[in-house]
Design a protein around this ligand. Structure first.
Ligand code: H79
Length: 456
C-alpha cells in the first residue's frame, strides 16, 4: 500500500503537536464543495468533494412500498404486470415532505442523498415524458416528488444523486429478458435498441430537469451483462450535460471506463459477505459502500432487524478507514414518511458525528490498513489543516495499540483531549496505552500527529 510512512513517502513535514492540532482543526468539515484547485476539472473537483463527503443517505421508495415487502416484491411474489399495475392508482403519499427528509438527512450528518427514480419494477418516481408509467401520470398523487426533493436539497446544500435501474421488468422492449423478471407476463418480443433509447432518454431527463445533480447511480446491469447497453454513450451523455455529475454503476465487477466511483453493496470494500462482491477495490476511483439499516432496501413492514447506532457508526468509520463513503439506506413508507426506527438511528449517528466528524469528513484511508482493533483515517495538511492520523478504536475492550516503529516520534491524544497517551517501545513497534475513562462506546478516536518531520 502506498502511504506517507514508507512506500509512498511522507506527504508533508509537520511541526505541530497533538493538543494544538486539536484546537486548530475545524470542528466540522464543510458541507459545500471545496474551492476548485487551479486547473481542476469539474469532474475532478466533484470526485474530491465525494471523497470528502464520506456519508450519504440512500432512499428506496416506490409503489412497491405499498406492499411492505421490499422493492423486489414484483419478482419475488411473481406478480404479473397486469396485477402490479393496480399499485400506482393506490399510491398517494400525502405525508411526503421533501423538506422533512432533507432536514433529517442534515441532522444525520449526510452530505448527499441518493434516491430511487426508477427501480427494477420500471415505475418512474419522477415526471417522465417518455412514459405514463410514472408518479405524475399514473398515481393520484400526480406530483413529482423528485422535483420537490431536488429543490429541498438545493436549499439545504445537500447533493442529490439519482438511482436508476437499467433492468426494467415492465418495459415491453426490455427483450430478450435477462436473469430476472420472468413472471411479469410480458410478451415474448421487443426491440432492445428501443429500450436503450428509452432509458437513455430518461437519463437525459434526469440530467436536464432537476438542476445540478450529484450524479447517477445505476443498478441492474448484472441482469443482462451481455446486452448492448451502450454505457459509453450513456456516461458521455451524463458528463456532457452535467460536467460535475459523477457516474457509478452497481454491476459488481471492476469499474468500466467513464465511471467516477466504484461501489460495493452490503459489504465494505475488500469484504464479501454478500457473495457477489468479488471485485477488488480500485485505487483509481473514489469508493462507496451501500448498506441497509435493517435487512431491506424498500419498505418492509416485517423486517425489524435493525442495526444499532453503534453498528452503523462502526460501519461508517470502517468504510472511511478503507477509503470509502457509506451510503446508508432508508425505506420510507407508502405515505411518504420515514419510520421512527430509521430516524432514531440517523439522529444518533448525527449526534456522534457532531463530536467526531473531524476524524471522518474530509479524510482519506489511513496509512495503516484495517487492524483487529479498528481502522485509521488520514487528514493531510492541505487547506490549512494540521496533518493528522486518526486511530478509530472500534473494539471497546482494546486497551493498547501498537503502531509501526517508524511512528516512534508520534504524539497521540484522545480526540479533543489534552493529555497525551502513554507511549513505550514494545514488540518492534511503539505501543500507546488508551485511557481507561473517556472511552466512546462506538469508536474511541485517537489523533496522532508528529512533532518532528517524518522521513520521506
Ligand atoms: O436496490 C437494491 C436492490 O434492490 C438491488 N441493489 C440494491 C442497491 C439489488 N438487486 N439485486 N440485489 C440487490 C442482489 C444481487 C443479486 C445478484 Fe444476481 C447476485 C446480482 C448478480 C448476482 C441474482 C442472481 C440476481 C442476478 C443473479
Amino acid at each position: 500500500m502506498t502511504n506517507r510512512f514508507g512506500i509512498g513517502g511522507f506527504r508533508r513535514a509537520l511541526v505541530i503537536g497533538g493538543a494544538l492540532a486539536g484546537l486548530l482543526l475545524a470542528p466540522e468539515a464543510r458541507a459545500e464543495e471545496p474551492p476548485a484547485r487551479p486547473e481542476e476539472t469539474p469532474n475532478a473537483l466533484a470526485r474530491r468533494w465525494f471523497e470528502d463527503a464520506k456519508f450519504g443517505l440512500f432512499v428506496h421508495w416506490g409503489v412497491y412500498s405499498l406492499l411492505g415487502k421490499g422493492e423486489w416484491v414484483m419478482n419475488n411474489d411473481k406478480i404479473p404486470i397486469a396485477e402490479y399495475r393496480k399499485l400506482p392508482p393506490q399510491f398517494n403519499p400525502t405525508k411526503f415532505d421533501a423538506e422533512e427528509w432533507v432536514k433529517l438527512a442534515k441532522s444525520a450528518g449526510v452530505r448527499y442523498i441518493t434516491v430511487t427514480t426508477k427501480h427494477h419494477d420500471g415505475f418512474c418516481m419522477y415526471d417522465s415524458k417518455l412514459t405514463d408509467y410514472d408518479v405524475v401520470d399514473g398515481s393520484p398523487y400526480a406530483k413529482d416528488p423528485i422535483k420537490a426533493l431536488a429543490d429541498a436539497c438545493r436549499k439545504h446544500r445537500i447533493k442529490l444523486f439519482f438511482y436508476y435501474s437499467l433492468l426494467d421488468w415492465h418495459h415491453p422492449d426490455y427483450f430478450p429478458l435477462g436473469k430476472t423478471g420472468h413472471d411479469a407476463g410480458r410478451e415474448e418480443k421487443g426491440d432492445w435498441s428501443k429500450y436503450v433509447a428509452y432509458y437513455q432518454g430518461q437519463v437525459r431527463e434526469l440530467c436536464t430537469n432537476y438542476g445540478e445533480i450529484g450524479g447517477l447511480w445505476f443498478d441492474g446491469w448484472w441482469d443482462a451483462p451481455e446486452a448492448a447497453w451502450d454505457l459509453e454513450g450513456t456516461y458521455k451523455l451524463i458528463h456532457d450535460l452535467q460536467p460535475g455529475a459523477l457516474v457509478g454503476n452497481n454491476h459488481h465487477v471492476a469499474p468500466f471506463p467513464g465511471e467516477d466511483f466504484q461501489m460495493f453493496e452490503q459489504d465494505l470494500p475488500g469484504e464479501n459477505s454478500a457473495g457477489f462482491n468479488k471485485a477488488e477495490a480500485t485505487t483509481a476511483l473514489p469508493l462507496e459502500t451501500c448498506l441497509t439499516m435493517n435487512e431491506s432496501w424498500g419498505y418492509n413492514s416485517r423486517d425489524d432487524h435493525f442495526k444499532s447506532a453503534e453498528q452503523i457508526v462502526r460501519a461508517l468509520a470502517g468504510a472511511a478507514g478503507r477509503g470509502a463513503n457509506l451510503l446508508l439506506n432508508v425505506g420510507p413508507k407508502p405515505d411518504g414518511t420515514i419510520g421512527p426506527e430509521f430516524a432514531e438511528r440517523l439522529l444518533a449517528v448525527g449526534r456522534w458525528l457532531e463530536g467526531n466528524g473531524k476524524a471522518i469528513y474530509g479524510t482519506r484511508k489511513g496509512p495503516i490498513p484495517p487492524q483487529p482493533w479498528g481502522v485509521t483515517t488520514d487528514r493531510d495538511g492541505s487547506e490549512g489543516q494540521v496533518p493528522t492520523i486518526y486511530l478509530h478504536i472500534l473494539k471497546p475492550d482494546v486497551n493498547e495499540v501498537t503502531l509501526p516503529e517508524m511512528l516512534v516520534e508520534a504524539v497521540a491524544f484522545p480526540l479533543g483531549g489534552m493529555v497525551p497517551l502513554k507511549k513505550e517501545m514494545a514488540g518492534g513497534g511503539v505501543k500507546f496505552t488508551l485511557p481507561d475513562d473517556d472511552r466512546d462506546p462506538y469508536d474511541t478516536i485517537i489523533s496522532v500527529t508528529f512533532p518532528v518531520p517524518m522521513p520521506r
